[in-house]
Design a protein around this ligand. Sequence first.
Ligand code: DAH
Length: 400
Amino acid sequence: MENSIPDKKRSSKIKNGADSAQSPATQAHPGKRSAPVNGPNNGGAAIGVADVDKLVADALARIAAAGTPEQLEKTRLNLIGRKGVLPLALRAIKDRSAEDKRRLGPALNQARTTVEAAVRQRALSLSKSVFESLVDDEAIDVTEPLPRTALGHIHPTEHVRREVEDIFRSMGFEVVRGQEIDDEENNFDLLNIPASHPARDLWDTFWLKKPEAFKESSVAATKNRLLLRTHTSNMQVRVMRDRTPPLRIVNIGRVYRYESTDKTHETTFNQIEGFIVDESTTLGDLRGTLHTLFETIFGQKLVTRLRPSYFPFTEPSVELDMSCTFCKGKGCAVCKNTGWLEIGGAGMIHPNVLKNGGLNPNKFQGFAFGMGLERITMFKYGIDDIRWLLSADLRFLEQF
Ligand code: DAH
């Protein structure tokens, strides 16, 4: 049986208690006031009320003298523990006369209450002082300056990207994101660059093999090849098809070109693409928009100019320049003594592109522009080689 052992224990305790209650020593002098002291446990048996007062005074002194919670616990056990002085004295009075019981019982009970209260009080103040010494010993000075830890920070290109996005948002543009793996159709065909057109040669393209998983799908069946997008113009037609004008869109992201790298060319870089479609947009709006962008980014007065150019998806097409931010147009090494920095391509969206986007070119028109985010970052921070920006070289990055 599960509880047979505890039962046995309990019954043997009771038996022991009964035995001692009827021990010959106490039986020999029942009810006698001056019963002799029989063994240490009966130390309180013969005490009077005056002794109780002394006992309490002594107990209180000992409690007050306990300097640690451990010492106090020892004192507590000694005074009011099961075999402590007071419980034993209380137990012992059962052998005393009725008169003694009447006087001593309440006195001892009162003594016990007093001692218990004093122990509680002392325990509280000891734990307080333990706490106070902990506060002193282990206090942390939150104002103490710590050794400097190296904190990372935002990459300069990313910093400029956020800035550019904020400026466009402030002009009412919506920021969209596009996919970096795209199809031939959105990257080229729908932007008025058919496969046979020589303009395709303007973009050195990374073509992708169709993944095995696509073999059975309609993607594999079409001639629409996959590629790493060569420009962020790949979102133009998608956005036109998805939404109704007026449109004010900016799309900044990574693009890829299959070409050799040098100080101003990378295979992987970021482009800022933006466009507006509305019923009365002009090249003047384009120039004003980009002028505001550049003066805000570079924090200085600038001159911008448009030069005729060619892109398949704009008509007319322009090249956008700004006065050199380093020499203020006087001519220096950065602007190759021209006083101008080429900053991007732009134009009015070609009617074919609007048509591909499901828009009537007789009703709507708009401008579009594209430029390199790294190029702007380089001009802003005076960086002389685009390859630093992808180098992850801390000697470079820690300068920002
Ligand atoms: N997509 C062009 C490129 O990668 C840049 C560009 C030029 C974008 C003119 C435009 C634009 O939207 O109108 O070279």
